[in-house]
Design a protein around this ligand. Sequence first.
Ligand SMILES: [Zn+2]
Length: 138
Amino acid sequence: MSQVPNSLTDFSQEQPDRPDRPVRDAMLKGWRRKCPNCGKGPLLKGFLKVQDECTVCHEELHHHRADDGPAYLTILIVGHIMMPALHIFFTHYRPEPLVLFTIFALGATLLSLYLLPRIKGAFIAYQWARGLHGFKTR
Ligand SMILES: [Zn+2]
């Protein structure tokens, strides 16, 4: 009986840590929506579209596979901030329902719009620093 390699338990293919790509620095650059390599070129064009390559250092950025990860994290964070705030605000001030709805709908929307591109930048920078997906070729 031959042994079938299991990709879930076989760590021999795992990428080693790359000292030339510190994760924390890259994620901070990504949070600022800058290229994780040089920190100068814009990572995003428009609100959420990722540049194919950095306009300054020409690092290829199209390898990212952010998919729904940044949106998931944004919802998770905004939900965990807004729900306790809603509870505290409601129990202490008992505002009119329309006032409460307006404040929290606007707050959740604005907080999401603020966080989403920054989380996406940090997410892509993490993939870049760890050499995930196509970023490992160099
Ligand atoms: Zn760059």
